[in-house]
Design a protein around this ligand. Sequence first.
Ligand code: GLA
Length: 390
Amino acid sequence: MALVSGEILAAFREHFSNASIPTIYRAPGRVNLIGEHTDYNLGFVLPIALEMSCYVAIAPASHGQLRIFSRDLDEEFDLATDVVPTASPMHKWHDYVIGVAREIYKLGAPIRSADIWIASEVPTGAGLSSSAALEVSSGLAFLNSAADSVTPERLELARLAQRAESQFVGMPCGIMDQYASVFGQEHSALKIDCRSLTHEDVPLPEGVEIIAVNSLVKHELGTSAYRERVAECAEAVAAIQQADSSVRSLRDVPVQLFQEIQDSIPLLPRRRARHVITDSQRVLDFAAAARAQDVGEMGRVFVASHRSMQYDYEISCEEIDFLVDTAIKLPGVYGSRMTGGGFGGCTVNLVAPGASKEFRERLSNAYHERYSIRPVFYDCVPAQGAGKLK
Ligand code: GLA
């Protein structure tokens, strides 16, 4: 159930003795349908924004600090406003918020003292972009408190949120999550071109439900493996440049060119490149199938994407493979794949509307029998991107 402003106002007042009425912002999480690890290679991705969101309530204060309270952790972090521009990351949840404040400061906005109350419905470690939801909602809140001194375009909001994560938090992510959180559309997935930073809406056919399944496991490899993959893609680009010096990123390599020159790329970067290049193409294939209402083809592309992540990009894990392999044998399931950065988190599944009850029951029982964990299911309905809560 989405949080409503009345509850947030009451909780804000209960925590802070601040007589001002806070302004509340919402920014959604996302589920990526297809195109994984293609964003930092400037390829295509196809996420949908979710109803599950992070909420930030902000009101001006006179104590000279940013007082940041997390309802979910029941923890407050305070920092004097004049320290924000030179603060270092502390490897805690508030790094995301401080990183965003710093980026907005760099755009020329003063950092004003404020009380900030935060609550999120987006589960952490699930691959549903809880961090982007926090960054984007905090970004809107700080921009509001900076008043008219700086009013960046919505694209700049996504970009500054991404910079906060890659440069301050230290996770060298691409733009997909923040972009989806800002630009989400009801009824549609977003086909984002990560080179031009533009998108097209891709309406989804009615005869299919999108269900994310949280494995509730997250293997610790996360950030280090992500960094490794970024480096391996750069190695692949360097090798391809020997054959074609005009190539600047894997985006510049169509599938056919890759097939012609792949033998000249050392084996490991070759496999990484094969995943990125074919998955970016699969975004286009999936979008075309969605437009043609061809759910069977959408499902086939999904499974091909999973196999590519499993064998070529090597970012899946046993529990996720089990969820995918079990799901695709169930009646009414068109396709299943891991979503997000990898090594755990969620699968995303395309399920025929009448089949979803049986899908949940049977998948839950099989996973529980194998791992003694009950997975969590989320209905994924495309929702609107970030904004002020009414
Ligand atoms: C994480 C990153 C994104 C993207 C995905 C993988 O969510 O934040 O930028 O690279 O992993 O597709």
